[in-house]
Design a protein around this ligand. Structure first.
Ligand code: KIV
Length: 266
């Protein structure tokens, strides 16, 4: 069994697309990692898809630790990233203490939803040996600011801000940048500006990798889904294993996301 590390995932940039999927339990972890998913994210989307809330805000650090431990047990070698939940990293000291708990539970990297304010935190985590994924664009933990999901980077000012933020996060030591709900051309220019990989969700085909929520990927959804969601569980891939394999193939071969899954600047 080969294990994907922070270094190997970074080396995939410009060579092969990176496949990522969320996982919350041991079975999802086993199924996804044994079908060739490069990165498993223990997402705080657990708040919505596991707990049934309408946002990620109620998720606690101890719940994230629990899910990370579950995912770790049956992981067959994917890089394991854990989300830092709402308000668990608003000071650098809090971030260091709480990231340590996720790393001790089995995470190999932590993900933080970032603005310019998070740059010092990313630097401090990196200095203490904790790899980071910086999530920018639409950041679900700030949903209360907008009321509903929003596409980021449509205006010249917003797209320049996003590019500057991504570059500053890279300089601070971030190992991956996750781009959510961003027009495809902006993702392309951010991805070209960075030497670390970008992972996209609703960010078009030019990101270095793609991520989906496990349940969205198999069409097990309870309401309206965003345009970037694709159900890979079809007549030709009727089992969960086959759906994951179809998702991996589609991302690696640049078939997903297609034009209908993307947002444009205009
Ligand atoms: O929590 C999550 O699942 C995420 C992905 C949607 C990127 O952050």
């Amino acid at each position: 069994m080969t294990s994907i590390t922070t270094t190997t995932v970074q080396q995939m940039k410009n060579h092969q697309k990176i496949t990522c999927l969320t996982a919350y339990d041991a079975t999802q972890s086993f199924l996804a990692s044994s079908q060739g998913i490069d990165v498993l994210l223990v997402g705080d989307s657990a708040g919505m898809v596991i707990q049934g809330h309408n946002s990620t805000l109620p998720v606690t650090l101890s719940q994230m630790v629990y899910h990370t431990e579950c995912v770790k047990t049956r992981n067959q070698g994917s890089l394991l990233i854990a989300d830092m939940p709402f308000m668990s990293y608003y000071t650098t000291e809090k971030a260091l203490n709480n990231a340590a708990k996720l790393m001790q539970a089995g995470a190999q990297m932590v993900k933080l939803e970032c603005g310019f304010w998070a740059i010092d935190t990313i630097k401090a985590l990196t200095e203490q040996g904790i790899p980071t994924c910086a999530h920018i664009g639409f950041t679900p933990q700030s949903i209360a600011l907008w009321g509903k999901p929003k596409i980021f980077g449509k205006s010249k000012q917003e797209s320049m801000q996003l590019t500057t933020l991504a570059c500053e996060l890279e300089s601070a030591g971030a190992h991956l940048i996750l781009l959510e709900c961003i027009p495809s051309d902006i993702t392309q220019s951010i991805t070209k500006s960075l030497s670390i990989p970008t992972i996209g969700i609703g960010a078009g085909p030019h990101a270095d990798g793609q991520i989906l929520v496990f349940y969205d990927m198999i069409g097990a959804t309870t309401g309206q889904t965003p345009r970037f969601v694709k159900n890979f569980m079809t007549q030709t891939s009727p089992s969960i294993q086959e759906a994951i394999a179809a998702y991996v193939h589609s991302v690696k071969s640049n078939e997903y996301p297609a034009a209908e899954h993307c947002y444009s600047s205009i």
